[in-house]
Design a protein around this ligand. Sequence first.
Ligand code: PMP
Length: 443
Amino acid sequence: PTFTNTEPKKSSSSPSLSPDDSLPILAKAKGHYYHPLSGPRILDACGGAGVSCIGHGREDVARIAYAQMKTCAYASHAHFQTTAAPKLSAWLVDSTGGHMRKVYLLCSGSEAVEAALKLSREYFLWAGEPRRVNVIARWESYHGTTLGSLAASGHVVRREPFEPMLAPVFHKIPACNPYRQRLAGESDAEFVVRKTAELEDVFQRLGPDTVAAVILEPVVGAALGCAPAVPGYLQAVKAICEEHGALLIFDEVMCGMGRTGTLHAWQQEAVVPDLQTIAKGFAGGYQPASALLVGAKVVEAMEHAGKTFTHGQTYQDHPVVAATALKLQEIIQGGNLLGNVQVQGQLLERLLRAKLGGHPNVGDIRGRGLFWGVEFVRDKATKEPFDPGLQVAQQVYRAAMRDFKVLVYHGQGCAGDGKGDHIMIMPAYNVGSRLVVDMVQRV
Ligand code: PMP
């Protein structure tokens, strides 16, 4: 295909930075389809934004939300407990095998990341180490839209208007990206050693006793297009954090809650973080839900100091959010949908590789579970990315929607420096084989 410079009018790499009158108006969304007011239905191949994990328009979920709204739509978490939030928290703690011991139920991914960053600061105040304020993150990352979470992110387009970010406490290393960084003939183990040396260098440069936390996504979502960690990488990062006494934060806003085939992405790597954020698939879009999960080490320090986390917002522990998320998780567990994520994920991978693997402008296809990214390149041999001004991923998304009536998620920046285009395929966990075939045919 040839890509023109004329179509996109926005400079963003994300579909939702500003209202756009040209977007189709929806009459409804049901199952795996969006139904615009006019025109044919559109197949949802990306759960909206990696969110809708059991499809749209579920009566059973709506009934629970409605019932909770009638019983108690809101109570300030400063004054009351409701039954839904503690039940959900207990279930979440249990789902981590007790590694995580406390849950703050919040509303957005950004907020959960912000809370994790704040708690890492407060933890070291309780521990008598107030010098620990630095945070190490990765360039190829997106952690959120608030100033703190954005400062932790490397997303060039979103950062640009707000420079300087909250310097000087945020520091970046390149993410672990085998497609672009692995040297010829380098083994996983050698690659991991080289990559973690970069992290160790930053610790040494800053002074290890000034670092509060390292934050990363176990499987990088929007910034790299579904890039799983190289085997051994997360263990090595955890070991460095432990050696230097820093906390490890896993941002599982996008890759967590079943998206990669296990409830928590870290379960596949057997690396437990100190703090974990979840969102998107948590309530599957039926409520704006997120959470910060706090590991045993931090909870024990909190208890030992006799302190509470100085963080709170109006909608914390929201009963409707909690009841809805609980119902959603009941549906996912009850229907063994994570088993389906694994099975359909294998089919999705096979079909994507068969259809697009040989395409001259497809550089890499990567992912896990129902979380797959396709990276576009101008030149397959040199891996040279397209000119960012062309916004190739955005053109692909628009063309897929217009011509093939399928919604895919587009992103830019996966080659670093704002360059590198990809699309992401992230269907709902209850997708069947026929629909996976249909999806790939349309992409
Ligand atoms: N972290 C990650 C890994 C994300 O993918 C996102 C959103 N795409 C966020 C944080 C921010 O979440 P939200 O948009 O819900 O604030």
